[in-house]
Design a protein around this ligand. Structure first.
Ligand code: BGC
Length: 440
């Protein structure tokens, strides 16, 4: 595929009526400006876009009879081979950063055996970012795990933190000089969050977490591994403690190799609001976020990832009646960004990056409105002094949305899964132009 030429992107953006001049900014425009060096980007995760990550816990689970995955990930967006054109497309669109992740199972396919060739692959990706003046934000672990690691209990294995730290050390030795911002873990609070979360489509009365746990015994039997566990299936609290230790040891390992490399992690945060009656908001915050917000205080930054709000009673209530819903059943609620960055900054005092935000929709005009309103809120927070350093949209491309397969469309760029042709949506051109101007 040819990357989209600048002229074509401008045509798209002005068709959407949002492009101003690229020259000097007027006073009114300046007041819409974001701070200098603000990072604008899109995010992906290796498992969701690379394709053929056959050596992972998730690939295994996708192919089990009665799998909880709607469909297998297969070739995904073949980003493993097409990364160069995808990275150049991101730069052509006007962005100045790219968030992506390492696939641990490629780098350490067997316990203690590290592949230089795969490390070189990720080095080429980082180099491509620099070549295109994109600051790379690199996540070391985004949900998927090496099969051998999951077979031994995943994050519930007492040795998991040391195993992860060794991987972090090796990867940093090989890649650290090219990393802009490193993250140990993507959304390590998910095991706890799922206990509160209720999405349409789960069997009556069950949280997603209960649904996953119900299948754990069956999965263990099917893969003939009595200890098998990962981020989604396993005992939530043990998994959480394993992840906390892994983050701490992983970060120390990274810093031991490259002390000046900024390290943080990415936290899933709903915009939690109290239900009018019987609200357990404080309990939810203590259960899900508190240990991680504490951990963030020792980091160089915190990445927050937010999509919507939750009205918290004993559990999260379903979205209000009549609310506009996205393809994943969440309420269309772009103000979550403003509320979450204010909360995360107040609790931690460290610089904040929005490292994921977006919606699943077939109607890109809803994405455009969502992003514009999210950014207006983000700007209000920044104007009030909240230290936010970047906005990274989820996601660069339509991709493999875990158990939901390819149906939810989070991408700013559409992907034809047969031909791997990329088609830029207006939202990508619009956000890219905001990035180029560094102003709304
Ligand atoms: C995850 C992504 C996921 C996105 C949309 C986040 O929880 O980090 O991997 O695709 O949300 O559901």
């Amino acid at each position: 595929m040819k990357t989209m030429r600048r002229r074509e992107m401008l045509r798209l953006a002005s068709a959407a009526g949002i492009v101003g001049g690229f020259g000097k900014l007027s006073f009114a425009e300046k007041s819409k400006s974001f701070p200098d060096k603000f990072l604008w980007g899109c995010a992906t995760a290796s498992y969701q876009v690379e394709g053929n990550n056959t050596n992972t816990d998730l690939w295994l689970m996708e192919h089990l009879p009665g799998s909880m995955f709607k469909e297998p990930s297969g070739d995904a967006c073949d980003h493993y081979h097409l990364y160069a054109q995808d990275i150049s497309m991101l730069a052509d669109l006007g962005f100045n950063s790219y968030r992506f992740s390492l696939e641990w199972s490629r780098i350490e396919p067997e316990e203690g055996f590290f592949s230089n060739a795969e490390l070189e692959h990720y080095r080429r990706m980082l180099a491509a970012c620099h070549e295109h003046h994109l600051t790379p934000l690199l996540t070391y672990s985004h949900f998927s795990l090496p099969r051998w690691f999951a077979m031994k209990g995943g994050w519930a294995n007492a040795k998991s933190a040391d195993l992860f730290a060794r991987f972090c050390e090796k990867a940093t030795q090989h890649l650290g000089d090219l990393v802009g911002y490193a993250s140990t873990l993507n959304e390590p609070d998910v095991p706890q969050l799922l206990k509160w979360f209720d999405l349409p489509g789960t069997p009556a009365g069950m949280t997603i977490d209960q649904m996953f746990q119900a299948s754990l015994a069956q999965v263990r039997k099917q893969v003939n591994a009595p200890e098998f566990a990962n981020l989604f299936v396993g005992d939530g609290k043990t998994v959480r403690d394993g992840l906390l230790a892994a983050h701490t040891k992983g970060m120390a390992a990274m810093k031991s190799v490259r002390s000046e490399m900024p390290v943080g992690f990415n936290l899933a945060m709903s915009d939690d609001q109290p239900a009018p009656e019987d609200s357990h908001l404080a309990e939810k915050r203590a259960d899900v976020y508190a240990p991680w917000l504490d951990a963030a205080k020792h980091c160089d930054y915190l990445g927050v990832q937010t999509y919507s709000r939750s009205i918290v009673a004993k559990k999260d209530l379903p979205p209000p009646k009549g609310a506009e819903l996205t393809q994943t059943g969440m309420e269309f609620y772009p103000d979550c960004v403003e509320h979450v960055v204010r909360y995360a900054s107040k609790e931690t005092g460290v610089p904040i990056f929005v490292t994921e935000n977006g919606i699943a929709t077939e109607d890109d005009s809803r994405r455009v409105e969502y992003v514009q309103r999210a950014l207006a809120g983000l700007k209000r927070a920044i104007d009030d002094g909240v230290d936010v350093r970047g906005y990274i949209a989820w996601s660069l491309m339509d991709n493999f949305e875990w158990m939901s397969g390819y149906e939810p469309k989070f991408g700013m760029v559409a992907v034809d899964l047969k031909t791997q042709k990329r088609t830029i949506k207006p939202s990508a051109a619009i956000l890219g132009n905001i990035a180029r101007r560094n102003a709304l």
